[in-house]
Design a protein around this ligand. Structure first.
Ligand SMILES: [Zn+2]
Length: 350
């Protein structure tokens, strides 16, 4: 009975607010531990990872997990929690895992977007993805042609989305922003004249370029790939890792405000937020790393909000989702069924 009611409610929601657009944002290698518990006291109070403990504590420390996580991710733990769903709090028995065995980025993003944890995708090498992604699939559907775009900091995404063949517009690292508005022109100058502390375009410039593209060209599916959290964690800079996480949350809040201010998007856009892999725990400094041999680096999280998502807040109790389910979910939210020449995992059931 409960299921029937939920399904009826869901279809009623979808009928009232037809889902027209999807925006997906990923925070590379963002651990579920900080997403659900906030700043970790051991890492925060270790001078090796946090040179200025007092300063970082003043921003992100509080006695309880609930207050700490809300300091780190204020948008996630207010607007998204109230209006959407947040999966992956293992403390509450709610699990999200990657299905691929490698626990690194290209296999993770391939899994998210193709729905297929292909064992042949085993490295981050710049090799065109042989698997069709859901972005390519959607871009082929009537009404979506040329309306699917990706803006990313990491420069491997043109290969992950096989932009040369897929027709999906991918703007990665400091690809020239060849769009004729004063805003794009300014952003383009800034990205070429800025320092690159993480070796590729900084996340705020990736986000601003994506936002400008959204306002100007109104894509129906937009992907924004943020990267800094992973780079700073690898370096063992816990302060910069938390600050990047907090900045990503601020960008998500700004993105949602932008979405709700444009008639084409307002109340017709679903937001999906996730990551490509987790990281280890604190033993042997494994929080910095992720790889096949570090089991915890296969643990992730997913947040969703908008039409088609029945609000349920922080998901509690038994539950197991896999990253491979996201591709079919993206298609299903738009009323499409993602089929391809490779296997595609089933969508998440709401
Ligand atoms: Zn990494």
């Amino acid at each position: 009975m409960k299921v029937v009611l939920a399904l009826t409610f869901c279809s009623q929601l979808m009928a009232q607010n037809p889902i027209k657009n999807i925006v997906i944002v990923t925070l590379d290698g963002m651990r579920w531990q900080e997403v659900f518990n906030g700043a970790d006291p051991t890492l925060l109070n270790n001078n090796k990872f946090t040179p200025d403990i007092k300063e970082l504590s003043s921003k992100f420390w509080a006695e309880t997990n609930e207050i700490r996580r809300a300091k780190l991710f204020p948008f996630l733990w207010s607007t998204v929690k109230q209006n959407g769903r947040i999966y992956g709090n293992r403390n509450a028995g709610n699990y999200v895992n990657v299905a691929n065995r490698y626990h690194i980025s290209y296999p993770g993003y391939n899994e998210i977007f193709s729905g297929y944890p292909d064992t042949a995708i085993s490295s981050n090498k710049k090799i065109p993805n042989p698997n069709e992604t859901v972005l390519q699939f959607i871009n082929r559907q009537k009404g979506y042609e040329g309306k699917v775009a990706a803006f990313t900091s990491w420069d491997v995404f043109p290969y992950i989305f096989n932009s040369a063949q897929s027709g999906v517009y991918v703007n990665a690292d400091i690809d020239t922003l060849k769009f004729s508005t004063p805003q794009f022109s300014l952003l383009n100058d800034i990205q070429f004249l800025s320092t690159k502390p993480i070796g590729v375009r900084t996340d705020v410039l990736t986000y601003m370029a994506a936002r400008e593209y959204m306002k100007t060209y109104k894509p129906r599916v937009l992907y924004i790939g943020l990267d800094e959290t992973d780079d700073y964690a690898h370096r063992g800079e816990y302060d910069h890792y938390l600050e990047s996480a907090n900045a990503s949350d601020a960008m998500l809040a700004d993105l949602w405000r932008t979405i709700q201010s444009i008639p084409q998007y307002k109340d017709k856009t679903t937001l999906i937020i996730t990551c490509d892999h987790g990281r280890g725990d604190k033993i042997k400094e494994n929080w910095r790393h992720h790889e096949k041999g570090i089991e915890e680096s296969g643990e992730t999280w997913i947040a969703m909000m908008g039409p088609g998502i029945i609000p349920a807040g922080e998901m509690q109790g038994r539950g197991q989702l896999y990253q491979q389910q996201i591709a079919a979910t993206i298609a299903q939210l738009l009323g499409l069924k993602f089929r391809s020449s490779h296997p595609v995992a089933a969508a998440i059931e709401f």
